[in-house]
Design a protein around this ligand. Structure first.
Ligand code: ATP
Length: 358
């Protein structure tokens, strides 16, 4: 089993369905052997992008390259890719072994070769004891592994996963996610994985591409996406609880002001958004930036989430250690880790880190 990992390159790719622009001028480079996750809200175009790579949709503009060749005129079966769908799409009347071998059989592979290959893949995926069962006699997780195995038997250069975990319950979802990560480490094959779940994206992706309304807004490692969002949408989409925000307006002195804050500087815009991660707030520290009322305390065991009334009219959340003594109804001093706070301009693009206020 030595698939050659392939690069995938999207160059100015656009897809329109009538008046709907599903994918708008996307440039994306997936490196050979990389696990890239496409994440974004429902309808942002991620499945369409994957289907364009697979050849199940034809681009309205732009080019798709796989392994250094333009595949725009190459049919899906000859693109060296294999796709795993959310719905598994297993044949119910066939055994696991027949399902696994189906792709090879239709390509005219010899029986002995099919048996060897199916045996290898079943061993890797822990399906050896289930080869004579039918899909109806398998658990959801086992079916998912058969779907995965069916993609693997062909040794594709690129695996494409379209929300393959969304039909699984929470526990199985986590285990299958680990299995896919382990499989990626073992095979070293290029994988593109689509999900709407930002936690899944950060946990699985070597790099993550965040999409919104047909566009790729940012591509980066999970840490880059989380710590250095280039865009307010990315900052808000990734992270739970969501990043805290406050609108700032330019005052007479050219400063950006909002609530208790006044940020000095020569700002090129009239309004901006200050954004601070919940873990970048400290409660009860010696030098508070503002005072807020505690609305509610969520005790999660490993941490507490403290819901605050403020700054100004904003509802902010602080993530604090479980040992901090804090109760609803009290007033509390809040300080901001300014070196990790972000400022976004009116166009939503990151304008820089927020300077410590005057
Ligand atoms: P989800 O997470 O809900 O699957 P998605 O991010 O994968 O969403 P797509 O399925 O790629 O989004 O759809 C992107 C946009 O294109 C949506 O507005 C959708 O309604 C539209 N669209 C997708 N396929 C078609 C089609 N065959 N005909 C018309 N419109 C389509």
């Amino acid at each position: 089993m030595t698939p050659v990992p392939q690069s995938v390159s999207l160059r100015g790719v656009e897809k329109r369905f009538g008046d709907t622009v599903a994918v708008a001028a996307v440039d994306l480079e997936v490196r050979p052997g990389e696990l890239m996750v496409l994440v974004g809200p429902s309808g942002c175009g991620k499945s369409t992008l994957l289907r364009l790579v697979a050849g199940l949709e034809e681009a309205s503009a732009g080019e798709v390259w796989i392994g250094g060749r333009c595949v725009d005129d190459v049919p899906p079966g000859d693109r060296d890719v294999a796709m795993v769908f959310q719905s598994y799409a297993l044949y119910p009347h066939m055994t696991v072994a027949q399902n696994l071998g189906f792709g090879l059989r239709v390509r005219g592979a010899r029986r002995a070769e099919i048996e060897t290959r199916v045996g290898e893949v079943a061993t890797v995926l822990g399906l050896s004891g289930l080869l004579s069962r039918r899909p109806g006699q398998l658990s959801g997780g086992q079916r998912q592994r058969v779907a995965l195995g069916r993609a693997m038997v062909r040794d594709p250069g690129v695996f494409l996963f379209d929300e393959p975990l969304s039909n699984l319950d929470a526990g199985l979802r986590l285990r299958t996610r680990d299995e896919i990560a382990a499989l990626h480490r073992r095979l070293g094959t290029t994988m593109i994985f689509v999900t709407h779940d930002q936690v899944e994206a950060l946990s699985l992706g070597e790099r993550v591409a965040v999409m919104d309304r047909g566009r790729v807004l940012q591509v980066g490692t999970p840490n880059e996406i989380y710590r250095s969002p280039g865009d307010l949408f990315v900052a808000g989409f990734v992270g739970s609880p969501a990043i805290n925000r406050l609108t700032l307006m330019r005052d007479g002195g050219g400063h950006l002001a909002g609530g208790p804050f006044r940020l000095a500087g020569d700002w090129p815009f009239d309004d901006a958004t200050l954004a601070v991660r919940p873990e970048d707030l400290t409660l009860n520290a010696p030098h508070a930036d503002f005072e807020a009322a505690v609305i509610r305390v969520e005790v999660l065991g490993s941490e507490q989430r403290v819901h605050l009334d403020g700054p100004d009219d904003a509802a902010w959340v602080a993530r604090v250690p479980p040992t901090l003594r804090v109760a609803a109804g009290e007033g509390i001093g809040v300080s901001v880790a300014w070196e990790r706070a972000h400022l976004f301009g009116p166009d939503g693009r990151r304008a820089g880190s927020a300077p410590r206020p005057d």
